[in-house]
Design a protein around this ligand. Sequence first.
Ligand code: CAA
Length: 255
Amino acid sequence: MSIELTRRDEFAVITLNRPKALNALSFAIIESLGDALDEIASSDARALIITGAGDKAFCAGADIKELRNRDLMAQKRGAELGQATFAKLDRLPMASVAAINGYAFGGGLELAMACSFRLAVPTAKMGQPEIKLGLVPGYGGTQRLPRLIGEARALEIIMTGRTVDAAEAERIGLVNRLIEGDPIEAAIAFAREFSTFSLPALGFARDAVTRALDAPIHEGLKIEADLSTLAFQTSDAAEGMAAFEEKRTPVFRDA
Ligand code: CAA
């Protein structure tokens, strides 16, 4: 199996498991990834962690050997499949964390960027090297990279195809944090910083922040007013505010 879906405590873990090809994304792997995301969507996992098998790569991108010789329509369908699969991450009821344990190039970085958060080991290397192949990112890179790090930096990375090391990635906001030790353990420790909070409230917060980048500010503020009002109506909000007054730890029930 080139995708492994496992459970670690309250967390789902997807491991891209094709280390001999640096976990490159064949179309079959993308389809399996989509199936795994569907399974997680209806599970009770409190966060999803995605990583790559082995200590060399998170994912070296689309499978270049498979891309070659495809006709244009097959290529377009492939890009749409990759985009639609990664977009499932946005619609999960729980947040996702990419634990970047090595190379994250092309479609690999695009997968990491589709996650809610990115953590990277200090030796990780990232980039959108498609231009060196005469290509352009096709699984969301031209859209998510500027949203994360701004237009000028994104254009530079996409047009030069250069490699970004982990320290720079953290400095420019491409990754949230650098991690030490076992990447899955580190990602679990990170996820525990938010995973005990109310899942609906976390979902509303993710939704509001994600939509901030697509909407003019007056519409974004309306979205925020609507979502914060929805959060206010949950019993978790009643519990959280009561616990504050009663000076105790709240017990959230995701309701
Ligand atoms: N597709 C298919 N196979 C790949 C691959 C990829 N993206 N990346 C690496 N591999 C394979 C290599 O062909 C090699 O296989 P063989 O042993 O059978 O020859 C094996 O993985 C190990 O790779 P290297 O020997 O090249 O390892 P390295 O440590 O010397 O170099 C690397 C690592 C710098 C990541 C290099 O492998 C590389 O440049 N890979 C391609 C990265 C890339 O261009 N990614 C973008 C792909 S296009 C894309 O993703 C489009 C999109 O937007 C969706």
